[in-house]
Design a protein around this ligand. Structure first.
Ligand SMILES: Nc1ncnc2c1ncn2[C@@H]1O[C@H](COP(=O)(O)OP(=O)(O)OP(=O)(O)O)[C@@H](O)[C@H]1O
Ligand SMILES: [Mg+2]
Length: 307
């Protein structure tokens, strides 16, 4: 048994002189929901297209189910459901008819079609024309299409794009259920951390084509560096003092955050002895959103797990 259902080795894609994806080593275990996170233009879709063999890498390898995608594409894709780019439907046909076409192509049973409609919650609307569907319903239909062949792996490129909060929530529950009930492994991309945090157990963060973090959500939390948060006056004088002591500082609103100083009591003493007034002092750990931003803001970082 292969340890990873999806594994890439120095996966790279260049468009002319521009490198959109650089030396990516994704490792996705069986049965997980893997969140592939990154801001717009980070390289998520390009990576996903290479995973599906839709685009050839400039360099590097993709293995799915332990097999190379370029040698076993048809075989592999029989067992992979995906939504990439905007899904295509026949608007004049009903949900059932659209799925029927996919069913014929995949050569699966009618029972599977019914089951897919049930799973995505479209059984009651199956005879409605798709052009009358809301965006959320269309996304659910796309997921039904993707899971119709009961694939082992589901790859969803920003499936909640454009949905309202309740639509996002519905899709989230749906995806969670797919892993729970059907044992599917899911790769889901997004540029919104809070969305991924609620659904994924593992995450890969991509920025400017490089994978800047890969691990569990817990590991991401552990990366949070403890800081000291102070409100001290006069602020300018305090900043001069911190600078002279070599403390790394971050300033947000009225607070100064000290990164390489871990003891609030000694820092309080130091400040008071230097005629500075301390209005607030506490320990502080950055939240996931702040970490994501710091990962994706940093220029020229290619080390995994640093920030
Ligand atoms: N066919 C192409 N030719 C040239 N450049 C491309 C091509 N496809 C993608 N790119 C560039 O590669 C970079 C990564 O694009 P990609 O679509 O993979 O990003 P993304 O992370 O999916 O972004 P988004 O969140 O906006 O969907 C972008 O700068 C994009 O302009
Ligand atoms: Mg994209």
């Amino acid at each position: 048994m292969e340890k990873y259902l999806v594994e890439t080795n120095n996966l790279t894609k260049s468009f002319g002189k521009f490198t959109a994806v650089k030396d990516i080593n994704l490792k996705i275990k069986k049965g997980v929901i893997y969140g592939f996170l990154g801001p717009n233009g980070a390289g998520k879709s390009t990576t996903i297209r290479m995973l599906l063999g839709l685009v050839n890498p400039t360099k590097g390898k993709v293995k799915v189910f332990g097999k190379s995608i370029n040698k076993n594409r048809i075989d592999i894709l029989k067992n992979v459901g995906s939504i990439v780019e905007s899904p295509s439907y026949y608007g004049n046909l009903t949900a059932y008819e659209n799925l029927y076409i996919t069913k014929e192509i995949l050569n699966v049973k009618k029972e599977d079609l019914k089951k897919a409609l049930e799973i995505v919650g479209l059984s009651e609307e199956k005879n409605k024309k798709v052009k009358k569907f809301s965006l959320g319903m269309k996304q659910r239909l796309a997921i039904a299409q993707a899971i119709l062949g009961n694939p082992e792996l589901l790859i969803l490129d920003e499936p909640t794009n454009g949905l309202d909060p309740s639509g996002i929530r519905e899709i989230r529950f749906l995806i969670k259920n797919l892993t729970k009930k059907l044992g599917m492994t899911v790769l889901i991309s997004s540029h919104i951390l809070s969305e991924i945090e609620l659904i994924a157990s593992e995450v890969g963060i991509i920025n400017k084509g490089k994978l800047v973090f890969q691990g569990t959500i817990d590991e991401l939390h552990k990366n949070s560096v403890e800081q000291i948060k102070v409100n001290v006056k006069p602020k300018e004088q305090a900043l001069k003092y911190f600078n002279s002591k070599g403390y790394k500082v971050d300033i947000r609103n009225e607070y100064i955050y000290l990164k390489n100083c871990l003891d609030p009591s000694s820092i309080t003493r130091e400040l008071v002895m230097n005629d500075l007034d301390v209005y607030h002092i506490s320990r502080y750990k950055s939240n996931l959103e702040e970490m994501f931003l710091s990962f994706t803001k940093k220029e020229g970082t290619n080390d995994i797990n640093t920030f």
